[in-house]
Design a protein around this ligand. Structure first.
Ligand code: URA
Length: 435
């Protein structure tokens, strides 16, 4: 058994850990025998020297076993989970979970809160009156047994090592490390019990990974390590250079997701939901997956499942009947200054504005306003006429609404010539590549 200093020295000097050494590190971190300054030094050594895929898989498994694992054994297979690396306007989980549960899959998911411009599913669903997002592992399993799906916020009972590591990474400039991101994401998936996992790796100004090579490298790391750790994993690189769909803002995004569940399949957001659902259904061996996914949204099955889900977690089903809930008092349209073709709608700029309206957090402690946000009425490549609404700002008061409506002009460009649309999905990589 080596002590913390010896284990840090190995990586500082460019060495490679054994499975046993990685286990000792994670045990030291979880049981508190390592001081925060030792964990921080270790994180920096890993950040600089890296971990190879086997070391990252050992780390992932040790982190996954650092707490409880959801006992899904009594539930019908396949057990599926979904994760997005985070983006602006990303409400995909709210559609994908009931859609896949309606196709017979068991969907059990832990979701996070948003931080910075990347929103979190928990914040979005928190706007739904009555919705309980704090389920115990027992409640998760029980609900999934009854209706095929359950979603909760992060519980410290699952993968507690990630909680400790993430909070230190956040303050030691060690977040953007491929092995650390990979083990952080996958350990929570494994602790959540899933066997099949779809990872939506966002790419563009509104995402963690700004370029295709960066996003591709993360996708490859996730699939390679996930496969080594025994998961059936697929990573899909998808666009986040412009906001996803027609809204950014917590309640606005839930309303948009409900419209898709009701069968409104026009635009980039339903296209992404259908693409991801098709990939998952194909991976678990469902015949004719694209048709099955589309049918679940057009024949009311996904909507019915969503109502069962919201009802099981205590939510008011009135949100499916009307959009008059959690509505901001001020709504300010922003019009196109000239005719032409949309050349850019900068996801990062729109995300920052949604935050400045009160819809996101700069610090973990910040309180958000679920009502505010931005409707995004144009996408790159759309032809627009002068005076056509491009955005609607939803604000808590006149002043912030007016200011945001001026600032958002810088987020959009209108070209004098036709502009090509940006693909929704760039690439997809699955476990078979590394099997
Ligand atoms: N999401 C996670 O869960 N962990 C990371 O390290 C980065 C994104």
């Amino acid at each position: 058994m080596k002590d913390a200093k010896e284990l840090i020295t190995i990586k500082r000097d460019g060495g490679t850990y054994s499975e046993q050494e990685i286990q000792e590190i994670v045990t030291g971190i979880t049981q508190g025998s390592w001081a925060d300054y030792q964990v921080s030094a270790w994180l920096m050594a890993v950040f600089i020297r890296g971990l190879n895929p086997s070391e990252t898989a050992y780390l992932t498994l040790a982190m996954a076993r650092s707490g409880e694992t959801l006992p899904l054994a009594t539930l019908p297979k396949p057990w599926v989970d979904k994760h997005s690396t985070g983006g602006v306007g990303d409400k995909t989980t709210i559609v994908l979970l009931p859609l896949l549960a309606a196709c017979g899959l068991t969907m059990v998911k832990m979701s996070g809160k948003g931080l910075g411009i990347t929103g979190g599913t928990i914040d979005k669903l928190s706007t739904v009156p009555g919705m309980n997002l704090d389920l115990t592992p027992e409640e998760m399993v029980d609900q999934a047994a009854r209706i095929g799906l359950a979603l909760t916020g992060q519980t410290p009972r699952l993968a507690p090592a990630d909680k400790t590591l993430y909070s230190l990474r956040d303050v030691t400039a060690t977040v953007p490390s491929l092995p650390l991101i990979t083990s952080s994401i996958l350990s929570k998936k494994i602790a959540g019990g899933a066997e099949t996992v779809i990872l939506d790796v966002k790419c563009g100004s509104g995402a963690f990974m700004k370029s295709l090579p960066e996003a591709g490298a993360l996708a490859e790391s996730l699939v390679r390590v996930g496969t080594l750790a025994g998961l059936r994993v697929r990573a899909v690189v998808t666009d986040m250079s412009q906001p996803l769909g027609r809204s950014v803002g917590n309640a606005l995004e839930v309303k948009e997701a409900i419209r898709v569940l009701k069968g409104d399949l026009v635009g980039r957001f339903p296209e992404l939901c259908l693409a991801l659902a098709t990939e998952v259904l194909e991976d678990v061996g469902v015949a004719d997956p694209a048709t099955k996914a589309r049918q679940a949204l057009t024949n009311g099955a996904a909507l019915k499942k969503a109502k069962e889900w919201f009802g099981a977690q205590g939510a008011s089903l009135a949100v499916f009947e009307t959009e008059e809930w959690e509505t901001a008092p001020v709504q300010e349209p922003v019009l196109a200054q000239k005719a032409g073709w949309i050349g850019k709608v900068d996801a990062e700029a729109v995300g920052l504005l949604a935050m400045s309206l009160g819809g996101g957090r700069k610090k973990k402690e910040d309180v958000i306003d679920g009502r505010v946000g931005i409707e995004v009425l144009a996408a790159v490549g759309d032809e627009v006429s002068q005076g056509q609404p491009l955005f609607v700002i939803h604000a808590a008061d006149q002043e912030t609404g007016r200011q945001a409506s001026q600032e958002i002009e810088a987020a959009v460009t209108i070209a004098n010539h036709p502009v090509e649309q940006i693909p929704v999905v760039y690439s997809s990589l699955d476990f078979q590549a590394f099997a």
